[in-house]
Design a protein around this ligand. Structure first.
Ligand code: PAF
Length: 287
């Protein structure tokens, strides 16, 4: 069955209230559209966790893009997205306009502090403030029991978990594994911009994470040595690297007490396309 498409906030609230009144469990997958297999796996995860009224939002949120970023160029594939949602048995797609989400007098934000500062925070200042603000607004509109985020955007996922815990938001956050191509490339809406040659070079990211993953599983715990393995694999192939490091998951920095909570994490450019990827060595599958 085709999902109901809703553009207005009041209508969204009404549908979610009705679903709850019918005893349904509302599960939420927030997206910016250009859906790929990674997003579809989040929808399946919502169902697996018990949601029988799955809502997908499709909204390219201007607040999380910097002035020089790819807001205008971000892929928009609404009709294909709707078909994908239908195939996955999504109940409702919420696709609001910018104007309905951000009225003319909008001036309130949700901001998580230290976790937003390193990594993406250095290179995309203000990005996470835009993400937490829109996600908090969407949670308020839907009132979901559970929401699913991809580990592919690990810093974002950890920040959302922090926000929900700190602000006592009544929603269970589920983190779903990163979906990869058979050769290791993490799925991303931006992969469609890679030429064949750039894609080939982009594989150096998963190679670097794999090298560090293997070293970790052979007992290496030195953050500098593990970081060097990631960076050395990518450096010859990327056009630029924003970061390629191993950090502690708790702080997303090189500082931490738990030698086992290490994450390899990367943002690098191939041509005009910025790819991000990561691997939680103790938890995730070999990239
Ligand atoms: O991960 C994304 O696609 C976006 O950051 C999100 C969570 C939908 C908020 O706009």
């Amino acid at each position: 069955m085709k999902p109901t498409v809703v553009r207005e906030k009041e209508e969204l609230r009404r549908f979610c209230n009705e679903a709850r009144a019918q005893g349904k469990l509302v599960g939420f997958v927030p997206t910016m559209g250009a859906l790929h297999e990674g997003h579809l796996s989040l929808m399946r995860e919502a169902k697996r966790a018990g949601a029988d009224f799955v809502v997908v939002s499709i909204f390219v949120n201007p607040m999380q893009f910097g002035a020089n970023e790819d807001l205008d160029r971000y892929p928009r594939t609404f009709e294909a997205d709707l078909e994908a949602c239908e195939r996955e048995g999504v109940s409702l797609v919420f696709a609001p306009t910018n104007e309905s989400m951000y009225g003319p007098n909008f001036e309130s934000h949700v901001e998580v502090e230290s976790l937003t500062l390193p990594l993406e925070g250095v290179h995309r200042p203000g990005h996470f403030r835009g993400v937490t603000t829109i996600v908090a607004k969407l949670f308020n509109l839907l009132g979901p029991c559970l929401a699913v985020f991809g580990k592919k955007d690990l810093q974002q996922a950890l920040i959302i978990e922090r926000m929900v815990a700190d602000l006592d938001m009544p929603v269970e956050i589920i983190l779903a594994p990163t979906a990869r191509e058979a050769d290791g490339l993490a799925l991303s809406s931006r992969n469609r911009y890679l030429s064949a040659e750039e894609r080939e070079r982009g594989l150096s990211i998963s190679r670097g994470l794999r090298a560090a993953y293997d070293a970790f599983h052979q007992g290496e715990r030195d953050v500098a040595r593990l970081s060097a393995l990631v960076r050395e694999a990518i450096e010859p192939h990327a056009d630029s690297i924003d970061y390629a490091a191993v950090v502690h998951k708790a702080s997303l920095t090189a500082d931490g007490d738990n030698a086992d909570d290490l994450v390899g994490i990367v943002a690098a450019r191939f041509g005009n396309t910025r790819l991000i990827d990561n691997c939680i060595f103790a938890e995730d599958r070999r990239p």
